[in-house]
Design a binder for this molecule. Structure first.
Ligand SMILES: Nc1ncnc2c1ncn2[C@@H]1O[C@H](COP(=O)(O)OP(=O)(O)OP(=O)(O)O)[C@@H](O)[C@H]1O
Ligand SMILES: [Mg+2]
Length: 467
């Protein structure tokens, strides 16, 4: 299938990739990997049952900060699938208009368009660079238009006709020399005149007001933008600047937007992922025993057709939502999954519970993921040529303290590591480079952690605000 770029990773390969970023949560990883592969499998099905195979939508249950969002986001990155995240509770807010739940699908298509565009841009990059080079060269050394051949070829031997020929040759030689220079970046500061096209869409943003839905409003804006003549402006810029302006312009000239739209819709339909966070907030509260709240249940009913499969109008075309993968997540402290309306429950057949993170998990989260917090800070200090190292026993204690604060104050999961870490490093971050200069080496020891945290932890009121 053309333009279908989802990577062909097996379930085990997907989990292996996820392991590079997320500690533990094996069950969630496994189920997400299966769901992703199942969609790939569906694409390979050739019989008519293909249309009936529905995605294994997943309901992730776990307290805050244990990796729910992170898993969904990563799976999309790893498989190069279009991804969007939405908070279900947003739809219960005052002033919410029923059909707005469709905006999540429009967002997904928008992401998909961006993805496809990026892929296409990469494909035409070399070609675009060539034409940019040609435009810059033309501005610098305009080509001599080949002299119209006034005389028959036989006469070309005569002395008079050699002059223009030499001119043309000379011109070509000079151009060749300058082409080299441009290519080698020797002339980046030289100024040239170029004409830049300006988009027209600005200034008509008011059309439609509150009368229309988002997609038709955008359509009209785009239509008007296309109808008005494109303004182009002469501008004196350096070659370096010209390169930037022109590359964007030449690239979009080479990309067929209709093709992008079609591919993006197809990609979103078949490999898109919509992550619905805080789904528990729209479930009825079973403890109150008063049955589902009207507005919450209303949101569930609005969600239903989208999750069950329907068509949504977007500015890039109509999209069918049947095979989009929905991953819903929530803590379900107060409500339970069974408090969701039965139809919606049925559309999320896979339930995975995420584990609460232990102190040991915290230690690993601090050290192991590709984007681990310690690695982030090492890179930050490194940008100032300062080396920072964390002793193992210091990280042990840091994890322990973070865990303890979660127990005592409020459990915010791995997010606690961020607040605790910044508490420990803040003074250093402030002192570099004024007090702590380049080439310094900082080692975070267990004493430092003790020193910075103990007094705060003792004072519960204080730690509620600071940590
Ligand atoms: N298991 C884990 N492994 C590595 N990092 C984690 C893990 N769990 C959480 N984190 C880190 O903690 C932060 C918060 O995680 P995430 O956004 O996934 O929480 P969440 O489960 O979606 O919480 P919420 O219910 O509040 O949305 C992220 O920056 C992530 O890097
Ligand atoms: Mg989240």
């Amino acid at each position: 299938m053309k333009g279908f770029e989802e990577r062909d990773l097996t379930p085990r390969q997907i989990v292996k990739e996820l392991d590079k970023y997320i500690i533990g949560q094996e069950n969630a990883k496994k189920n997400v990997a299966i769901a992703m592969r199942n969609r790939w499998r569906r694409m390979k099905v050739t019989t008519e049952i293909k249309g009936d195979i529905i995605p294994n939508n997943i309901l992730m249950i776990g307290t805050t900060g244990v990796g729910k969002t992170e898993i969904a986001r990563r799976i999309a990155k790893i498989t190069k699938a279009p991804f969007t995240k939405v908070e279900a509770s947003k739809f219960t807010e005052v002033g919410y208009v029923g059909r707005d739940v469709e905006s999540m699908v429009r967002d997904l298509v928008e992401q998909s368009v961006n993805l496809v565009k990026t892929i296409k841009k990469e494909q035409v990059k070399e070609k675009a660079k060539e034409s940019v080079e040609r435009i810059i060269l033309d501005a610098l050394i305009p080509p001599v238009s080949p002299a119209p051949v006034a005389m028959p070829n036989k006469m070309a031997v005569s002395a008079t006709s050699e002059v223009p020929k030499n001119d043309a040759e000379l011109n070509e030689q000079t151009r060749e020399r300058f082409r080299e220079k441009i290519r080698n970046g020797e002339l980046e500061d030289r100024k040239i005149d170029i004409s830049i096209h300006q988009p027209n869409s600005s200034g008509i943003g008011m059309i439609g007001g509150g009368m229309m839905d988002e997609s038709s409003m955008i359509n009209i804006q785009e239509m008007l933008g296309n109808m008005l003549p494109k303004k182009s402006k002469k501008k004196k810029v350096t070659i370096a600047e010209a390169r930037r302006f022109l590359l964007e312009e030449e690239t979009s000239k080479l990309i067929d937007m209709d093709e992008v739209k079609d591919e993006a819709i197809e990609k979103a339909e078949n490999s898109g992922i919509i992550f619905i966070d805080e789904i528990d907030k729209i479930a009825g509260n079973s403890k109150k025993g008063s049955g589902p709240d009207v507005s919450r249940e209303g949101v569930q009913r609005d969600l239903l057709p989208i999750v069950e499969g329907s068509t949504v109008n977007t500015k890039y075309g109509i999209i069918k939502t049947d095979h989009i993968l929905f991953i819903a997540a929530g803590a379900f402290h107060i409500s339970k999954p069974s408090d969701l309306i039965p139809e919606l429950q049925g559309r999320f057949p896979i339930r995975v519970e995420l584990d609460n993170l232990t102190k040991e998990d915290f230690i690993r989260i601090l050290k192991e993921p590709k984007n681990a917090l310690t690695k982030q800070y090492i890179a930050l200090f490194n940008s100032e040529s300062v080396e920072i190292a964390f002793n193992d026993d210091a990280l042990d204690l840091l994890a322990e303290k973070a865990f303890q604060i979660n127990e005592d104050v409020e459990n915010i999961g791995a997010r606690r590591l961020h607040t605790v870490m910044s508490q420990i490093l803040n003074d250093f971050l402030f002192d570099v480079p004024d007090v702590i200069g380049a080439n310094a080496k900082i080692t975070i020891t267990v004493e430092m952690v003790e020193d910075k945290l103990t007094s705060l932890i003792k004072d519960k009121d204080l730690s509620q605000y600071i940590l």
